[in-house]
Design a protein around this ligand. Structure first.
Ligand SMILES: [Cu+2]
Length: 127
């Protein structure tokens, strides 16, 4: 049932796979996004990610807002896989991303340039 794409980088994006499973991945602007489960606010700035650190497994909808002045994207990874949660989002824009969380520990980080190395990363614990 999982669909996988091999991106140009080292990103292996597997929808409906173990860990973060995305429902239709990132939503097109012209489509009304499906909201599943509780909405979780994720705020991206230079250079930090503000979001809760612990989650309950199951569906949540990430409301990812770029409150900064640069492009920021969002990826998650565990020891085996990387998931593209949102491609680079323009400053001032917000996207809704429904995802199904599985139990585990995930590193969440910005996919733009070297932002992760200067602080745009967080850890998400899913129980
Ligand atoms: Cu960034």
């Amino acid at each position: 049932m999982g669909r996988c794409f091999l991106r140009t980088e080292v990103v292996l994006l597997c929808m409906l796979a173990v860990g973060f499973a995305t429902d239709g991945a990132v939503l097109a602007k012209d489509k009304a996004p499906k909201i599943k489960g509780p909405i979780v606010e994720v705020m991206l700035t230079e250079y930090a990610i503000q979001m809760p650190s612990s989650f309950k497994h199951g569906w949540v909808t990430l409301r990812i807002s770029n409150k900064g002045d640069a492009l920021h994207g969002l990826r998650a990874q565990d020891s085996k896989k990387t998931w593209e949660l949102a491609p680079p989002i323009a400053p001032g824009k917000t996207v809704l991303v429904p995802i199904q969380l599985r139990k585990g520990t995930f590193m969440v980080y910005c996919s733009t340039a070297e932002h992760a190395t200067v602080g745009m990363q967080a850890v998400a614990y899913v129980q």
